[in-house]
Design a protein around this ligand. Structure first.
Ligand code: 13P
Ligand code: SF4
Length: 347
């Protein structure tokens, strides 16, 4: 482990030596020591667009595995995507495995002649994205889920949404389809009644984010009790009742835009991963930015795995001509997953 000053110098030095050969992307939830070296900072949709436009030979991704996989799918074959830690895996993405979804799909489609379109949240692995493409579906992020649903209902009768039930439910509300949802819990035989599921237009896979699921309405009530003028914005991975109690909800990019547009002296409580709240406090010192639930618990362990020492290591290894922690999607999955991602980029 290096001292911060030495580490920063080494990162700056390695980046300078690599020049235009490297671009560093940083998700909004990355810690400050990563964000300060990122060439682009954004939400998962913005970063997927940055990856698509990147010309650098190496894309070093400050984010989690599914984001780096998506970057590998979108970038050219002669570009290499590097994730500073292979341990940075989003637990939600692991909640819908392609094989498991495939077997649920067979059960559900056997019960109906209706056209079902699968939509997977970006927070999923490439094999599931490929599965969705194969079945006529697409990928979405939290900033375009409603558009993906509209796209699907233009082409089919029903949607299977994976893996985040909360984003799915919040999107159903946004589209006025809240009474048309049903949950599908792949681990609970009692909830897996395909004939009942197909009576609804939106089937929600029972996945969730361990960070956002911990926000509760009582956190909003408590912060309002102490700060009567506070506005509350939360991420749509939060449960429905939390989104409903908040003043606003949106992707991490939407949360950033909201604070950018705030007037000096305004107060905003943020219901999302706490590193973004801290960045917003630093970037907008004239706005009173508060973590909705204190600092203690709303920290994403997967994002935290990207340690600045690992960033130093992968960059210095590139300078030495060695590619470490390369994220490479298998060619057969890559082609199909790209179809699902392109459908999203086109809407
Ligand atoms: P965004 O797409 O809003 O950046 O969110 C990604 C994520 O992992 C939220 O938990
Ligand atoms: Fe996954 Fe939640 Fe972390 Fe986002 S905050 S990367 S959804 S675990």
């Amino acid at each position: 482990t290096l001292e911060a000053d030495e580490r920063n110098e080494r990162i700056v030095q390695a980046k300078a030596e690599l020049g235009n050969d490297v671009v560093i992307l940083g998700h909004n939830y990355q810690r400050q020591e990563i964000i300060e070296h990122a060439d682009f900072i954004g939400d998962s949709y913005q970063l997927s667009k940055q990856a698509a436009n990147a010309e650098a030979k190496y894309v070093v991704f400050g984010g989690v595995t599914f984001m780096a996989e998506s970057a590998d799918i979108i970038t050219e074959d002669d570009q290499t995507v590097i994730l500073p830690s292979m341990e940075a895996s989003c637990p939600m993405a692991g909640m819908a495995e392609a094989l498991q979804v495939d077997s649920a799909w067979s059960e559900i489609t056997a019960e109906t002649d209706a056209d079902i379109i699968p939509i997977t949240y970006m927070n999923s692995y490439a094999d599931l994205k490929a599965f969705c493409a194969e079945q006529g579906g697409l990928v979405c992020t939290s900033s375009n889920a409603h558009k993906a649903f509209e796209w699907a209902f233009d082409r089919g009768d029903k949607v299977l949404f994976l893996p985040d039930k909360h984003l799915g439910e919040n999107t159903a509300y946004r589209l006025g389809m809240e009474d048309q949802t049903v949950e599908w819990d792949p681990w609970d035989p009692a909830s897996k009644d395909a004939s009942k599921a197909v009576e609804n237009d939106i089937i929600l896979w029972d996945g969730y984010c361990q960070v956002h699921e911990r926000f509760e309405v009582k956190h909003i009530e408590a912060i309002r009790a102490h700060n009567p003028d506070v506005n509350v914005i939360v991420h749509p991975e939060c449960p429905r009742e939390v989104v409903e109690a908040a003043d606003k909800s949106g992707s991490t990019a939407e949360i950033c835009r909201t604070i950018e547009a705030a007037s000096p002296g305004d107060s905003w409580a943020i219901g999302t991963e706490v590193h973004l709240t801290h960045h917003l406090q630093r970037w907008h010192p004239d706005v009173n930015v508060l973590p909705l639930c204190g600092d203690a618990c709303m920290d994403c362990n997967a994002m935290r795995q990207i340690d600045p020492n690992y960033l130093t290591w992968v960059l210095e290894e590139l300078v030495a001509g060695r590619e470490r922690n390369v994220i490479e999607v298998a060619p057969q999955e890559k082609e199909l997953a790209q179809v699902a991602l392109n459908r999203m980029l086109e809407i």
